[in-house]
Design a protein around this ligand. Structure first.
Ligand code: KG4
Ligand code: ZN
Length: 351
C-alpha cells in the first residue's frame, strides 16, 4: 500500500508519499514563515490561501521524485485536526477531491498522532510502550503511548505551549519571528545563573506545565535592566535554562512513575540543543533509549501524516468516511487503535 500524506494544520504545507514495504519514498515541504514574519505570528487567512497555492505543485513534485504515477497511490491521508480550521479545510477538501478523482480511500489523521509516530520513520524506531514529550508551538504534553491509538495524556500545559513561550519571550527581546531558534542562538552567548527565573510547576506534584508566569518574569527583567546586548543574552539564557529544567524535570518524574521505557521527543522545540543535551543525560542515567525524528520531521511535515495514515488505512476494518472534516480541537485520548471505532459523540441537542 502506498499513501499520500497532506499536512496543512498551520503554516507549513507538507506532502509525502509513504510505502508499506519501502518506507518513505519522497516528501516536500513549503514553509510560510516569511509570509507571516512581518506580522510576528501566523495570520490564519493568509495561511489558508497559501496552502491553496502550494498543494498541487508539491503533490506533483512528490510524485515525480518518487517516480510514482498518480495511479500508483492507494490511499490519501490528511491532517483533520487540531489546528487552524481554515487551513485544515484546505487540506481536507483537497485530499477528498483527489481521493474521489483517483477512486482511493481517504482518512483524516490527528496531527499530534503524526508527531508521536514520526520517530517510527527513523532507522532505529522506538518500541511500545514509550513515553512521548510533545513540545511544539501549539502543544506541550507528556503522553504514555501503549501502542498505535492507545494514548494517555499524563500532563499538559495549563496556559502557553513551550514553543509559544519561546516565541513570545523572543518578541519581548526584540528577536524576529519565529522566536525559538533565534532565542536559542542568543542564549548560547549568555551567562548562566545571572537571571534565575522561576521553574513553574516543577515544585508541585503532577506532570502538568505552565509557562505564562515565566514569560511575565522575563517581561519584568527586560523592564528593570538596561538594554545592553550582554543583558539580553543573559535573560535569554535564564529563560531557556528555566524551560529546559521544567521539561526535563517532568520527563524524569514521568519515567519514575511509569518505569524505564524509551523516550520520544517530538515537535519544534525538540530541535533545541540544550533540551537535547539535558534529555540525553536523563536517558543515560535511566538506561533508556532516546528518539527524535530527523530535524526536518521535528516540525510539521507531510511524512508523519502519510505514515500515520498508512497505519490507519492498512486496517481493513477501518472505514474511512467520505465527509470533508476539520477539527480545531480534537482530544488525543479520543483516538482508538486502527480498526476500533471511536465512541460516538452524543447527538446534538434537538437533533
Ligand atoms: O512543531 P512546530 O513546527 O509547529 C507547531 O505545530 O507548533 O513547532 C514550532 C515551534 C515554534 O514555537 C518555534 O519557536 C519552536 O518550535 N522552536 C524552537 C526551536 N526551534 C523551533 N524552540 C526552541 N529552540 C529551538 N531551537
Ligand atoms: Zn505540529
Amino acid at each position: 500500500m502506498r499513501v499520500l500524506g497532506i499536512e496543512t494544520s498551520c503554516d507549513e504545507t507538507g506532502v509525502a508519499l509513504c510505502d508499506e514495504r519501502r518506507g518513505l519514498l519522497a516528501h516536500a515541504l513549503y514553509s510560510q514563515v516569511r509570509l507571516h514574519a512581518d506580522f510576528g505570528g501566523v495570520v490564519p487567512e493568509l495561511a489558508s490561501r497559501d496552502h491553496v497555492r502550494k498543494l498541487l505543485p508539491l503533490v506533483r513534485e512528490v510524485l515525480a521524485e518518487a517516480g510514482s504515477p498518480a495511479g500508483g497511490v492507494d490511499g490519501i491521508a490528511y491532517t483533520e485536526g487540531p489546528g487552524l480550521v481554515g487551513a485544515l479545510l484546505v487540506g481536507a477538501a483537497f485530499a477528498r477531491g483527489l481521493a474521489f478523482a483517483w477512486d482511493v480511500p481517504c482518512v483524516g489523521v490527528h496531527h499530534m498522532e503524526g508527531h508521536l509516530l514520526a520517530p517510527m520513520l527513523e532507522p532505529s524506531p522506538p518500541t511500545f510502550p514509550f513515553l512521548a514529550l510533545l513540545v511544539s508551538g501549539g502543544h506541550t504534553m507528556l503522553v504514555d503511548v501503549a501502542g498505535i491509538g492507545r494514548y494517555r495524556v499524563l500532563g499538559q500545559t495549563l496556559d502557553d505551549a513551550a514553543g509559544e513561550a519561546f516565541d513570545k519571550t523572543a518578541k519581548l527581546l526584540g528577536l524576529p519571528y519565529p522566536g525559538g531558534p533565534a532565542l536559542a542562538k542568543l542564549a548560547a552567548q549568555g551567562c548562566p545563573g545571572r537571571f534565575d527565573f522561576p521553574r513553574p510547576m516543577l515544585g508541585r506534584p503532577g506532570l502538568d506545565f505552565s509557562f505564562s508566569g515565566l514569560k511575565t518574569a522575563v517581561l519584568h527583567a527586560v523592564r528593570d535592566h538596561p538594554e545592553d546586548p550582554a543583558t539580553r543574552a543573559d535573560i535569554a539564557r535564564g529563560f531557556e535554562d528555566a524551560v529546559v529544567a521544567v521539561l526535563a524535570g517532568k520527563c524524569r518524574r514521568a519515567l519514575r512513575e511509569l518505569g524505564p521505557r524509551p523516550l520520544v521527543v517530538a515537535g519544534g522545540v525538540g530541535a533545541n540543543a540544550r533540551l537535547r543535551e539535558r534529555l540525553g543525560g536523563i536517558a543515560r542515567e535511566a538506561g533508556i533509549s532516546l528518539h527524535y525524528p530527523r530535524p526536518e520531521f521535528c516540525t510539521d511535515n507531510g511524512a508523519m501524516i502519510a505514515y500515520a495514515g498508512l497505519l490507519r488505512l492498512q486496517d481493513a476494518a477501518s472505514e474511512p468516511r467520505d465527509a470533508v472534516t476539520a477539527r480545531a480541537r480534537w482530544p488525543l485520548e479520543s483516538l482508538r487503535p486502527p480498526g476500533v471505532p471511536a465512541p460516538e459523540s452524543p447527538p446534538a441537542a434537538g437533533s
